[in-house]
Design a protein. Structure first.
Length: 407
């Protein structure tokens, strides 16, 4: 546990150090976005990845002339505040951004709970928010009109893993599903459960744990007793670390292990070393995906990954990419609207249909991007590679997973 605590503390310190002070007031030459992100608390690491994605876009746009709106060019600025991984704090900060700091638009927080709380505020204030890190469908089933999400819905996160596994030999017959008790994770688990049952797999273990738990030993004991072929977790980075360490401690053996979040972060591989090998997970984006993006930004996934790594010193994960895509949705909508009027930009977002390095940005009537597929990553020999579907893979799946000493 020491290594995990060290990584989290280091991430929190770095994130907090990089957060600016009070939000800058929007002016006549700058489009200002407000973003309440977790710099402390359970989701601090994911908040830091989100911030990197936002900042990469802002720096790129400003270095390439800004955004043109009805013949005038604007720079962009992003004002941040720490929501402390607290949904109600996030909602309060969103209100402050609009009513006191007078930002033009809002970028989403990290997490479905925070996005859900913020969505009610944006609806009341009638200021659009685009987000890339809150995929719970509950957010978009409330009849809100001012929140949009660039990412695929939560129930689809692990469907690709199941599809991939069912194409392997020997194909898994039984599955264990465990999830954190939060909006996103429960929807991930529900989607995986429905997909497994529809494809004639037997769910031999199905449980949840408190969202902020630090002890998953009883959960892991239950999974071991069920002896599943496939283990799926709907959760976040800290959950993935806790579970995977406990699987080794209790010598839980499965053909495959998959996580909705965490597996594709460098933190996961650093904390677990060789034990991280063979782990699968769903991903919103892959550097190997082949897209031809619209003008105005980096057009390909590979080029985005190259430039991002040069700037931040690590390969971008999907949190980074979907956060950059969040900003891109605003960029293209503002240009299409030819205005900074919140209602006109909101209407342009609702009509958006553009291909980017991240994939298609298009929203259904609820405001979520159901048009973009998920992919599957796996850690192989310490590296993260894309293994499914065939169209974007840069390696074949390594399956089944060997016993712990052979990893």
């Amino acid at each position: 546990m020491k290594s995990i605590r060290f990584l989290v503390c280091a991430a929190l310190a770095a994130t907090c150090a990089n957060l600016p002070g009070p939000a800058a007031r929007a002016d006549d030459n700058t489009i200002t976005f407000g973003a309440a992100l977790a710099a402390t608390g359970r989701d601090a690491r994911e908040g830091a990845l989100t911030k990197e994605g936002y900042d990469f876009w802002a720096d790129y746009v400003n270095a390439h002339g800004g955004i043109k709106v009805a013949g005038k060019t604007y720079k962009v600025a992003i004002s941040y505040a720490d929501d402390e991984t607290n949904a109600q704090t996030s909602a309060r900060l969103v209100e402050k951004f609009v009513n006191e700091d007078h930002v033009n638009f809002l970028l989403g927080p990290y997490g479905s709970a925070a996005s859900f709380a913020a969505a009610a505020v944006t609806e009341r204030l009638k200021v659009p928010m685009v987000e890339g890190n809150g995929s719970s469908e509950k957010i978009f089933n409330q009849g809100f009109h001012y929140i949009f999400a660039v990412l695929s819905p939560a129930p689809r996160y692990l469907e690709g893993v199941l599809d991939m596994a069912l194409h392997q030999r020997p194909a898994p017959q039984t599955v264990a599903i465990v999830a954190a008790n939060d909006l996103f994770s429960l929807e991930v688990a529900s989607g995986a459960r429905n997909y497994a049952v529809a494809h004639h797999m037997q769910v031999v273990y199905d449980n949840k744990y408190p969202a902020d738990t630090t002890d998953v030993s009883s959960i892991v004991t239950g999974i071991k007793a069920a002896n599943p072929d496939l283990i799926l977790n709907g959760g976040h980075l800290q959950d993935a670390l806790l579970l995977h360490k406990a699987f080794k401690e209790q010598n839980v053996l499965a053909k495959a292990y998959a996580y909705s979040v965490g597996h594709d972060t460098l933190d996961f591989r650093k904390a677990l070393g060789a034990d991280a090998n063979y782990v699968f997970g769903g991903t919103q984006w892959s550097p190997t995906a082949v897209y031809h993006g619209a003008p105005g930004f980096i057009s390909s996934s590979r080029e985005y990954a190259k430039e991002f790594q040069a700037k931040y010193g690590h390969v971008p994960d999907y949190h980074n990419a979907e956060s950059t895509a969040t900003c891109l949705a605003f960029q293209y909508a503002i240009e299409a609207a030819g205005s900074l009027d919140p209602q006109k930009v909101r209407d342009a977002l609702a009509k958006l249909d553009v291909v980017t390095f991240y994939g298609i940005l298009k929203f259904d009537s609820r405001g979520i991007n159901v048009y973009k597929p998920m992919a599957v990553n796996q850690i192989q020999h310490g590296d993260l590679v894309t293994v499914w579907p065939h169209a974007v893979q840069d390696a074949q799946p390594m399956y089944p997973t060997p016993d712990w000493p052979k990893r």
